[in-house]
Design a protein. Structure first.
Length: 170
């Protein structure tokens, strides 16, 4: 991902939230998301990053179609030494076309190549489509749950984990 990708990644992320989380997160929160603010945040993160967080984009016909981000697993403010998939979003018009699978595979492959044995991620408990996506890739809930707060409402998240082999998602 480059600085030039930030506006498109922000658009994909905001549209992804508004599409995937409709009915799961308060509509007022979703309506308040701003692609311009998100793009500024992405730019800042890239400019200030130390390389510990990896941002990947997938392109279709020369246009960014999806984005994934992984880095050190966070357990509160403590980094555990494991790796976590922080985000993966595909433009809503391109869902089901392999973009998400390609991003997840590339992220897992890079993590495995870096010596990580396990990848963790958090997903909204009621996000059935995302949970099926991760389960098809071999991720399973590991029993950890915690709430995500949006617009004063606590939304439960579950943690998923997958053992990585030498090539990620074999």
């Amino acid at each position: 991902m480059t600085l030039d990708d930030c506006p498109r990644v922000a658009e994909i992320r905001v549209r992804g939230w508004q599409s995937a989380y409709k009915g799961l997160i308060p509509q007022s929160y979703l309506d308040g998301l701003s692609a311009a603010e998100d793009a500024a945040r992405r730019r800042s993160n890239l400019e200030q990053g130390d390389g510990g967080i990896v941002h990947l984009v997938a392109e279709r016909d020369g246009v960014v179609a999806g984005w994934a981000c992984h880095g050190p697993h966070r357990d509160g403010e403590v980094r555990s030494g494991e790796v976590e998939l922080y985000a993966i979003y595909v433009h809503p018009d391109l869902l089901g076309r392999g973009v998400g699978r390609a991003l997840l595979r590339e992220s897992a492959d890079r993590c495995a190549a870096a010596g990580h044995e396990r990848m963790l991620l958090w997903v909204l408990k009621d996000n059935v489509r995302a949970r099926r996506f991760y389960e098809r890739a071999g991720f399973r809930p590991d029993g950890a749950e915690e709430p995500f707060e949006a617009a004063g409402v606590e939304i439960p998240e579950v943690r998923y984990a997958r053992v990585l082999t030498g090539t990620g998602l074999d």
